[in-house]
Design a protein. Structure first.
Length: 547
């Protein structure tokens, strides 16, 4: 009897020993997996890689079939959701992914089409007293319940995971700051060293570098009009949602940034552009710009729908970027002013020579022609002398206008629309008609200097021909600017011509159009009037503009 009792006791002790040894081996395996997980998390520097590693390690550690991690942002909403064991079709079929609220998150109500959940474990991820998110695990592979040991292992993993997440966030924040700073330096160098320092090129450099620095899909540089009533898109980079010259509706957010200068990051582009305008765009960042003579404006950045929102680092370092490029633009502006001062002396000398020599000689020639009227008796010769005298008077007037422009180069800084209206008003001051004027599109600020100067010259030449030669009673002048072209049309109901008496003016207009990559056509019918159509691209490369 006692032998049987002893045998049973020995057998029980042996089974207890084997069970304890098995538990020790299991614990050792768990500790080994835990240590491996901690080491692997430390090896990854990117936030997404760290989050993915945490979920995979937790599932392996406790034998969970499904796992997810919710990393909460400042508003306690789910900013990251990573799953294991779900295939893409299962994930796509789940109507509503869980949302994290509070410490553990609210997963009581299982979303439709979600695989059945019988067991569930939630562990908060903390760094010191700050909750970064929650680790969610469901359905053990062996079909059992999550044990206290599973919870303890996951809690230990969560402690290391919190530190790893915080380190990854700091690493990404540092990298993002470096991107913005490098972009600011490169943009500054490009603006200052570029051979083409036109406003269009400067704004393109700003938009392109900001697009890359913020990992964005769209970058817009928009400037406010002088009356501060309209915001005009001047340059875009990335997605072709907007085009240069397009007006952007002044939403309250844009007005606020323009007024206060405080950078604003929002979750949806609808807050920037209005609802329905850019459905494919998501988070947006709006930064104030103050670009010297170009005036105040905005740098607008946007990422695709569903992308990560712009961080605090983006908002802060974008201000430094804005300040740096604004300084570069100011330096370019000062350089232009210095160059203008350097040529002012030559302008004055040329103006004096034109006034003191050329005009006086033309005036003397005109007086000599007038004296010939006393000795010429035939009517055709008298008409010819009168015609030549008028041409000389017109040449003197044009020379005086040239002298005035040499003395007043600041006229180039006037809005183009005002210059067009002033030119038309001056040319038709004593005319027998009042022209019908039509200005369509954004004339001010988006047209290159070369195109603007040629446009004024063609308006002057074309309208002068109408006033001097057409005897018209109805005249129309139309200037239209669209996304790519500047179009001028001058029409009259005057005499018209078959072969013009003087081709130089008309030839000059055609030459200006050809030099700018455009076209010029003149249609005229005797007794029915003349139509001039002149169209060129609204911006010009440096080589063409300088020629």
């Amino acid at each position: 009897m006692w032998r049987e009792v002893l045998r049973n006791r020995v057998e029980a002790l042996r089974e207890e020993f084997l069970s304890t040894a098995e538990e020790l081996l299991t614990t050792q395996d768990h500790v080994q997996v835990l240590l491996s997980a901690v080491v692997s998390m430390a090896e990854d520097s990117g936030l997404d890689a760290v989050l993915d590693r945490i979920v995979c390690s937790a599932c392996e550690l406790v034998g969970a079939r499904y796992g997810a991690l919710g990393g909460m942002d400042g508003e306690e909403s789910l900013s990251h959701f990573i799953t294991t064991e779900f295939d893409p079709e299962q994930i796509g079929g789940i109507e509503d992914l869980p949302t994290a609220q509070g410490v553990f998150g609210d997963l009581i109500a299982v979303p439709a089409h979600h695989p059945s959940v019988k067991t569930f474990l939630s562990i908060p991820l903390r760094v010191r007293e700050t909750v970064l998110g929650s680790l969610y695990l469901t359905e053990k592979v062996d079909g059992g319940e999550f044990s206290a040991e599973d919870e303890a292992l996951c809690t230990a993993l969560a402690a290391a995971a919190g530190v790893a997440i915080e380190s990854a966030r700091l690493f990404e924040a540092t990298a993002r700051r470096r991107q913005w700073l490098e972009a600011g330096v490169e943009a500054n160098e490009r603006i200052l060293a570029g051979k083409d320092d036109s406003n269009e090129q400067i704004l393109a450099v700003i938009a392109g570098h900001a697009l890359a620095a913020a990992d964005s899909a769209l970058a817009i540089v928009a400037l406010i009009t002088p009356d501060r009533q309209r915001l005009i898109c001047h340059t875009t980079a990335g997605a072709g949602t907007f085009t240069a010259g397009q007006e952007i509706t002044l939403q309250p957010l844009l007005t606020k940034v323009l007024t206060t200068g405080v950078t604003s990051a929002v979750r949806t582009a609808a807050e920037v552009f209005g609802p329905g305008v850019t459905a494919q765009l998501g988070p947006a960042l709006v930064v104030g710009l103050d670009l010297a003579d170009l005036g105040p404006g905005l740098l607008i950045l946007a990422r695709p729908a569903g992308a990560v929102v712009y961080s605090q680092e983006d908002a802060e370092t974008s201000i430094l970027f804005s300040s740096r490029v604004a300084l570069a633009v100011e330096m370019v502006h000062n350089r232009r002013e210095r160059e203008s001062l350097l040529v002012s002396e030559d302008r004055d000398r040329i103006a004096r020579d034109l006034h003191d020599r050329v005009i006086q000689r033309i005036f003397a020639a005109g007086l000599s022609l007038q004296s010939l009227r006393q000795v010429i008796t035939d009517e055709p010769s008298l008409r010819r002398v009168t015609s030549i005298t008028r041409e000389l008077d017109e040449s003197i007037r044009e020379l005086r206008e040239t002298i005035y422009s040499l003395h007043h180069p600041q006229k180039l800084l006037e809005p183009l629309s005002r210059r067009v209206l002033s030119t038309i008003s001056l040319l038709t001051l004593d005319a027998s008609f009042k022209p019908r004027i039509e200005l369509v599109g954004p004339l001010d600020g988006v047209i290159s200097v070369a195109v603007a100067e040629s446009l004024i010259a063609v308006v002057t030449e074309g309208l002068s021909n109408v006033v001097r030669h057409s005897d018209a009673v109805a005249v129309g002048v139309s200037v239209k600017v669209d996304h790519t072209m500047v179009t001028l049309e001058i029409t009259d109901n005057g005499d018209g011509f078959a072969n013009p008496d003087r081709m130089s003016g008309l030839a000059n207009m055609k030459h200006r159009a050809t030099a700018l990559g455009g076209s010029c056509s003149i249609d005229s019918v005797l007794g029915q009037g003349t139509s001039l159509a002149w169209a060129v691209p609204r911006t010009q490369p440096t080589s063409r503009a300088s020629s």
